[in-house]
Design a protein around this ligand. Structure first.
Ligand SMILES: *[C@@H]1O[C@H](CO)[C@@H](O)[C@H](O)[C@H]1NC(C)=O
Ligand SMILES: *[C@@H]1O[C@H](CO)[C@@H](O)[C@H](O)[C@H]1NC(C)=O
Ligand SMILES: *[C@@H]1O[C@H](CO)[C@@H](O)[C@H](O)[C@H]1NC(C)=O
Ligand SMILES: *[C@@H]1O[C@H](CO)[C@@H](O)[C@H](O)[C@H]1NC(C)=O
Length: 519
């Protein structure tokens, strides 16, 4: 039963990955490249967001390969799936809501999972064969979440990082763009711009915390890898060599963020033209009643991970609302009762595109956030992981969302938030503005992703694109060493000055005393 449901979800997803929807307008290339995608396949949402790029690269005649997990088999048109035969850690293995209750446990969960997966991966003959032949690829594209497992592949091969997260200060610094914590978010918590003194201090502390986490996660993997491949440089060194960083940021939500030419914002890559909705969903939505859409993602929050009491709150509030509600929870059976339609595999983008949808209750995964931004639907955020919280924070600051917490969620809190957004037009207006900014772009995210991926392959990793600052430490980039030297010199000069004054004063006094004695 479970397997069947999983298959049905995957088939709707696969059906969506066709060149018909994901065709960039970049002129066709004259050279054909061999490109390998290394994605954490157990996290469906991470494959999902990279799929449009793979589809279009394959359509353009490149030979595109990807590693596939043995538990899921992704069928992406004209992309060769290399099954490494290993089952990697999946969201099903962890209690998502345990992480909601104790976010720090996520650190240990990810660290252990990465080390575990790395060990299993490199014990696979298929992985090792590809590893030894990695030089045959013109470019390797690595999901940054899987970086610690896949980084040996990136050594000495041109590679791109594909990030499903916003700009992480420490990762950006690796590539030579050290974000200034006085005004660039730590990616852990958002503050109103311009930061007040206390917020600025908090953001500096959080930026250091982000860096600690960023390097703590691969530390265990690194130890394993250095035993297995003693001649490999450290993960940090390898990451500095990235030719390209595709990352999920946008002017609409991140503001005017300073990026290097090889840091390419691709937020909204998953967007595609709306497709007709299934008849039962379309019939349910038609009429004059506003619709609220509850969508909790495709992998992280599932029917069997969401606590019963939390789901009951969502359901019982929904039943009492004067609106229609569609609740899409992965793995949940479809049914309809009164004004509530339950479903397990609805196509979120098409629902959000429907003009009757006035509110999206979301965990704020990146793909979902940009889908709702595109369609201008305001949000009630129920984040389940730190990166969701950061996205929710951006929407709240834009005035387009209300953020709630799973931990303190009650029927009353949820109902008040729903009624606030449904009756106060400000949320919809603010989201409409964010949406306009997001849509008004010179080229699509797919155009940018395709152009720069081919560019990196065309120039064998494009060394001319890499910032020289990537070789410098933060201390050197911010010239802290010279500032310190200047302070020390000032201090010395000041001391010399004070001493001189004292000596002169003493001399004066002596002279005066002597004069007095003489008279
Ligand atoms: C992609 O695959 C389809 C069949 O799945 C085929 O008809 C089409 O020609 C292929 N396109 C390219 C560019 O290889
Ligand atoms: C960085 O890239 C260059 C050129 O591809 C390569 O020679 C060098 O070994 C790489 N360094 C690391 C640490 O991977
Ligand atoms: C919807 O509203 C319009 C105008 O407000 C009205 O003409 C129409 O009859 C309504 N339709 C339904 C199904 O209530
Ligand atoms: C969803 O989870 C609840 C318990 O939280 C369970 O009672 C229900 O049967 C599940 N539904 C499906 C379709 O698995």
């Amino acid at each position: 039963m479970k397997v069947l449901m999983l298959l049905s979800v995957l088939s709707t997803a696969t059906a969506a990955w066709t060149a018909e929807y994901f065709t960039s307008s970049v002129p066709l290339p004259t050279e054909r490249f061999k490109i390998l995608f290394l994605l954490p396949t157990a996290l469906k949402s991470h494959v999902w967001v990279a799929a449009p790029l793979m589809v279009d690269l394959a359509r353009r005649g490149h030979e595109v390969h990807m590693f596939c997990d043995s538990s899921y088999h992704f069928k992406i048109p004209n992309v060769t799936c290399i099954n490494h035969g290993v089952r990697l850690s999946a969201p099903e293995d962890v209690d998502t809501f345990d992480i909601v209750r104790n976010p720090l446990s996520l650190l240990k969960t990810i660290t252990d999972a990465a080390a575990n997966d790395a060990e299993k991966m490199f014990n696979s003959d298929i992985t090792m064969k590809i590893f030894e032949r990695r030089g045959e690829y013109d470019l390797i594209v690595i999901d940054h979440l899987g970086l610690s497992i896949f980084y040996p592949f990136a050594h000495g091969t041109p590679f791109a990082i594909f990030s499903t997260s916003a700009l992480l200060p420490c990762q950006s610094a690796s590539l030579g763009n050290v974000p200034n914590p006085a005004f660039v978010s730590s990616a852990l918590m958002e503050f109103k711009q311009p930061y007040g003194t206390f917020d600025r201090l908090k953001n500096i502390v959080l930026t250091f915390a982000q860096c600690y986490v960023y390097w703590a996660i691969p530390s265990q993997t690194e130890k394993l890898m250095s035993e297995r491949f003693p001649s490999l440089p450290s993960l940090k060194e390898i990451e500095r060599n990235a030719s390209l960083h595709l990352l999920t940021t946008s002017l609409a939500l991140d503001g005017p963020l300073a990026l290097l030419p090889n840091q390419v914002p691709i937020a909204g890559l998953v967007l595609m033209p709306p497709q007709p909705l299934p008849k039962d969903i379309l019939d349910f939505m038609s009429g004059n009643t506003s619709v609220i859409y509850i969508g909790l993602g495709v992998s992280y929050i599932r029917n069997d991970s969401i606590p019963r009491d939390k789901k009951d709150i969502l359901l019982s509030v929904s039943k009492k609302l004067p609106y229609k509600v569609i609740m899409n929870v992965h793995g949940q059976a479809s049914s309809r009762s009164g004004n509530v339609l339950l479903t397990g595999n609805a196509r979120q983008q098409d629902i959000l595109a429907h003009p009757n949808v006035k509110l999206f209750i979301s965990h704020c995964g990146l793909a979902g956030v940009y889908e709702t931004v595109y369609h201008g639907v305001p949000v009630i955020a129920l984040p389940a992981a730190p990166e969701h919280g950061a996205m929710a924070g951006k929407l709240v600051l834009a005035g387009a969302a209300i953020q709630l917490s799973w931990l303190t969620l009650t029927e009353e809190i949820l109902r008040d938030a729903v009624m606030e957004i449904m009756t106060n037009p400000s949320f919809g207006e603010k989201m409409a503005f964010v949406s306009r900014v997001f849509r008004d772009q010179e080229e699509t995210a797919l155009d940018r992703a395709v152009f720069w991926t081919e560019y990196a392959a065309r120039f064998q990793g494009a060394p001319h694109l890499k910032s020289p600052a990537r070789h410098l430490s933060w201390i050197e980039v911010l010239s802290l060493d010279f500032i310190l030297l200047a302070l020390v010199l000032c201090y010395c000069a000041f001391n010399v000055f004070i001493k001189t004054i004292r000596v002169l004063k003493a001399k004066c006094l002596r002279n005066k005393n002597e004069k007095e004695k003489v008279t």
